[in-house]
Design a protein around this ligand. Structure first.
Ligand code: PHE
Length: 444
């Protein structure tokens, strides 16, 4: 039997798992979702759900992975025959996300090269609109982004993923702080800070407002922590028994939250300083930061470094998504790593092309009133990931049983497990109930 890959150290795993968590979800998505969901209130809901939903599910996924040492589908099947569908949902979710994630990864590459060849971007909003709605260019950048990620995953887990994450993550954190400091010195920037740090209750006019914010916050928790789709099962399956799962499940959300808040600090105050719209939606990052770089000394070079770091963040997340899909084909269908990555890659490249075109030429083709691009986002964040998270809780709480999970987490008694009772309550009752309530109210 071929020996299964393993992370070279717990730090390597942490960096890879944090690398999967920290990505476009934090830098591109979080600020714009905060922008369209009334700022401070959303962040409050987000932090509460991060602690009560995100962390216990993160622990559950890692424990399932390390215990079974299998890909997401076979891992769930091993715990209970017939439950492979939970992992299957993950493989489907990973594929769905990749189709649009790679398109945005392509936008990042485009901005990186734009800054390499020119000193600044004139009229950023119009520039972004023209670019993202055009036919050829976004598609080419999407394909380049996809090929880079696929090539890295073909090299295997410790060879590629771990090495990149160890270097770029600390750099990214430092760099966003530098940008944030500059942004906060702009006139009117403090209003932007207030917008997302101080919850404004007058933004809530009805119960449906509350549920709408909760639904977005829940989707964002799952998306940002890479939950509900087997990423952490897969990464956990390469984890050694000398690693402390409970500690890891505190560090990852904490680091992820810090980066997301820093991204808001770099973007939202600038939105107010330059009199832009916080509700601009998915173009917010690309519409706003060019103004900031234009106002900074050495702006062009800072922009190049920034987009390079965002690119790395996107790559380390995208490769964790490809890993979910390919590890299934490698373990279960006995495909070679190369074949598994190439075939899944061709699939998401093709659908990604249509998703990219759906922002411009094909925007008249809609699904329930949404473009293909938006439909993929809704399908992954609001449907597949929460359902996956729900079943993970049921699987761990009622079938595998939390007692066995704690056994795995403690590495056979090596580590002490804290808050067992609270965790059991969260996994068996709170998290599944919360997911169902938010889910059902969103439908009505
Ligand atoms: N968490 C990643 C991000 O924030 C996206 C992702 C989702 C990665 C699900 C893996 C699984 O960008």
């Amino acid at each position: 039997m071929k020996k299964r890959d393993q992370w070279s150290s717990n730090f390597g795993f942490l960096m890879a798992a944090a690398g999967s968590a920290v990505g476009l979800g934090n830098l591109w998505k979080f600020p714009y979702v905060v922008g369209i969901n009334s700022g401070g209130i959303f962040i409050l809901a987000y932090i509460i759900l991060l602690i009560l939903l995100g962390t216990p599910i993160l622990m559950s996924e890692m424990s399932i992975g390390r215990n079974t040492r299998l890909n997401a589908i076979d891992a769930c099947n091993k715990l209970k025959t017939g439950w492979g569908f939970v992992g299957g949902l993950g493989v489907l979710g990973a594929f769905t996300i990749l189709c649009y994630y790679s398109v945005i990864g392509g936008w990042v590459l485009k901005y990186l090269f734009k800054y390499i060849v020119s000193p600044s971007i004139d009229n950023p909003s119009e520039y972004f609109k023209n670019f993202s709605e055009s036919i050829v260019e976004p598609v080419i950048w999407h394909i380049i982004f996809a090929i880079i990620c696929i090539t890295i995953v073909i090299k295997g887990i410790s060879g590629g993923i771990e090495k990149i994450s160890k270097i770029f993550l600390p750099l990214l954190a430092i760099f966003i702080i530098v940008i944030s400091i500059n942004v906060l010195r702009l006139p009117n920037a403090l209003n932007g800070l207030k917008f997302f740090l101080i919850p404004n209750l007058s933004d809530i006019n009805s119960v449906s407002d509350i549920f709408s914010i909760l639904l977005h916050a829940m989707g964002q928790v799952f998306f940002s922590l890479s939950l509900g789709m087997g990423t952490l099962i897969t990464y956990g399956s390469y984890l050694g028994r000398n690693s402390n799962i409970q500690k890891n499940s505190l560090y990852i959300p904490l680091f992820d939250l810090i980066i997301a808040l820093l991204a808001c600090t770099a973007i939202l105050p600038a939105v107010f300083a330059f009199d832009l719209e916080p509700t601009a939606g998915s173009g917010l990052l690309f519409n706003t930061l060019p103004y900031v770089f234009d106002h900074m000394k050495y702006g062009k070079y800072l922009a190049i470094i920034f987009f390079l770091l965002v690119f790395f963040a996107a790559v380390t997340s995208a490769i964790s998504l490809i890993e979910v899909i390919s590890s299934y084909f490698i373990d279960n269908k006995k495909w070679s790593r190369k074949k598994a990555c190439t075939i899944s890659g061709i699939g998401f490249i093709l659908i990604g092309i249509i998703a990219s075109l759906s922002l411009g030429t094909l925007n008249n083709i809609t699904i329930f009133g949404h473009t293909l691009f938006d439909s993929l986002i809704i399908l992954s964040d609001k449907i597949i990931m929460p359902i996956g998270g729900f079943f993970i809780c049921i699987l761990v709480g009622y079938i595998w049983k939390t007692k066995n999970m704690y056994d795995e987490m403690s590495s056979g008694g090596l580590f002490k497990i804290y808050f067992k009772k609270t965790l059991t309550f969260l996994i068996k009752f709170f998290a599944p109930a919360m997911i169902i309530i938010i889910f059902i109210t969103s439908i009505f």
